[in-house]
Design a binder for this molecule. Structure first.
Ligand code: NI
Length: 191
C-alpha cells in the first residue's frame, strides 16, 4: 500500500469526468488502487475519497465515516504522556463503491457542513437529497443496491460529484465560492 498525492484546486484534473470501470478491470490493479485510496484517506485524514482525487479518472469511491466506538475505552490523545487528554476510539467501517449510480434521490433535502481533501481548510453548508438509493459494484464486480441516509447519503453524493468533475464549492453561490477560494489562497500564502 502507498499514500498517494491528493490533487487540490485548481488542478484541472479535478474537473475531468471519470470513466466507468469495465468488467475486465476488476483486477489486482484495481485492488491496489482501492487499498492506496484508503491509506491516503485515513492518513489525510478524511471520510471519503474519489479516485480522481489521486489522479485516476475511474468511477471508484472509498468512504469510511469512522463513527466513535461507544464500547471502546477512550484512548490517550497522543504519545505525550503529560498530555492526559483522552479521545474516543473510532470504528473502521470501510465502504468501497465502484461505478455507483443514484437511482432515486429523495425530494427532501438535508444540509451538512462539507469539506473536501481537494479544497483544504474550507467548509461550507451544502443542501443535498436527504436519502438516496445507490446501485454500485464491489471490488469483486458483484452488483449491489442500497438506500443510504444521513451523513452517508451526503457523503456519497459529494464523492459522486467528483466523478463528474464537480466540487462541493461548485454548489455555492459564485460570491461564496470566490470567497472560499480567496481564503484558501491566503492560507496557502501564510503556510
Ligand atoms: Ni471531496
Amino acid at each position: 500500500m502507498a499514500i498517494r498525492e491528493i490533487l487540490e484546486v485548481p488542478d484541472p484534473r479535478l474537473k475531468v469526468v471519470s470513466e466507468p470501470v469495465s468488467e475486465d478491470e476488476f483486477n489486482d490493479e484495481l485492488k491496489t488502487l482501492v487499498e492506496d485510496m484508503y491509506e491516503t484517506m485515513y492518513d489525510a485524514p478524511g471520510i471519503g475519497l474519489a479516485a480522481i482525487q489521486v489522479g485516476v479518472p475511474k468511477r471508484v469511491l472509498v468512504i469510511d465515516l469512522q463513527p466513535e466506538d461507544p464500547d471502546a475505552e477512550p484512548e490517550d490523545c497522543c504519545s505525550d504522556s503529560g498530555c492526559g487528554e483522552k479521545r474516543p476510539v473510532l470504528k473502521k467501517e470501510p465502504r468501497t463503491f465502484i461505478n455507483p449510480v443514484i437511482v432515486d434521490p429523495a425530494e427532501e433535502l438535508s444540509t451538512y457542513q462539507e469539506g473536501c481533501l481537494s479544497v483544504p481548510e474550507i467548509y461550507a453548508d451544502v443542501d443535498r437529497p436527504a436519502t438516496c438509493t445507490v446501485k454500485y459494484q464491489d471490488l469483486d464486480g458483484n452488483h449491489h443496491e442500497e438506500t443510504l441516509e444521513g451523513l452517508m447519503a451526503t457523503c456519497i453524493q459529494h464523492e459522486m460529484d467528483h466523478l463528474e468533475g464537480i466540487l462541493f464549492i461548485d454548489h455555492l453561490s459564485r460570491l461564496k465560492r470566490q470567497m472560499a477560494l480567496k481564503k484558501l489562497k491566503k492560507i496557502r500564502q501564510a503556510a
